[in-house]
Design a binder for this molecule. Sequence first.
Ligand code: ARG
Ligand code: AKG
Ligand code: FE2
Length: 344
Amino acid sequence: MEKIVLSEQEVKHIKIILERLTSQYTSVEDVEFLNNVNTEAHELPKRLRAFINNFKLLEPSSGICLISGYPISDSKIGKTPSHWKDRPETSPTLEEEILFMLLGSLLGEAIGWSTQQAGHIVHNICPIKGHENEQIGSSSEQPLWWHNEDAFHPYRGDYIGLMCLRNPDQVPTTVGAIEKGQLQRELVQTLFEERFTIHPDESHLEKHKFSLNTLPTNCEQFLESAYNRINNMNINPQKLPLLYGDFESPYIRIDPYYMDDLENDKEAANALNQLVKVIEGNLINLVLQPGDFCFIDNYKAVHGRKSFKANFDGKDRWLKRINITRDLRKSRSIRPTVTSRVLF
Ligand SMILES: NC(=[NH2+])NCCC[C@H](N)C(=O)O
Ligand SMILES: O=C(O)CCC(=O)C(=O)O
Ligand SMILES: [Fe+2]
């Protein structure tokens, strides 16, 4: 894993930037902020920018980088929300969210999904009462099976960012990637072929829909077609490869929990099994601490989470999540405007 710990000097430098930006913007989802975030990020300490640039450019096989050392005041951030939709008018974590978005902008553009967390760009990851045993981020008592984020979708993010605000029980996030040479050539060949199906995970299904005011007005039609598309991908998922890119150091697209068994294609079934075993063997536990900013290369690494017992007392584990694409243009056909960050 690539790691950087912010120095005292760097934290001071960042605080000065954040002081200015928190007085200028009231939400990181403001159009103004989103249009300016890349420019503002030029002001971040050079060592930090270089660290993230290297991660982007060199694509280290770990597929993960961690920026730590930013102090979080546990009292200032307030209670862990009881649902992702509990969002005060002005976020108590505005300062932290701005830094999160600045860091993320060095990798690409943050995007949201109209079918997930009501189109918000910055997600709350917190345990929700009633979701304990689901296979979504708001579960707790079940391990969250490792996956690529939004693996089913052609416009899934290149990176997923996780910012930790609170993790009192030291619950590990799991992260895994494939090392060079771990898969035999014939397996790689099979995994490069369009023989696998991945369904949308349940966080995108209509049962988790909440109409909030985040989406532009008059978007009902768009939203309906977005759910139609998700439904179609669920009923009739396209066959796709699980590995792509370079044969020696492939990119990966997988979410075993939401995949079909391959009864009629034993060779593909075997290749999938082998791939799952290799990744499983490489999984590491990453216990995020408050003030940790972690970016996972969604083409190189999978991630999940161990199970835990939530108390629903306002002190539970609390992360923020963003999805980042390197190329906003490729999703233009499902974004209402050229600058819109929400994919329908
Ligand atoms: N294998 C899985 N559980 N995949 C789904 C991951 C959770 C999903 N990204 C969410 O936001 O809730
Ligand atoms: O809670 C975590 O550490 C990861 C959550 C996650 O992967 C998800 O919600 O998709
Ligand atoms: Fe995830």
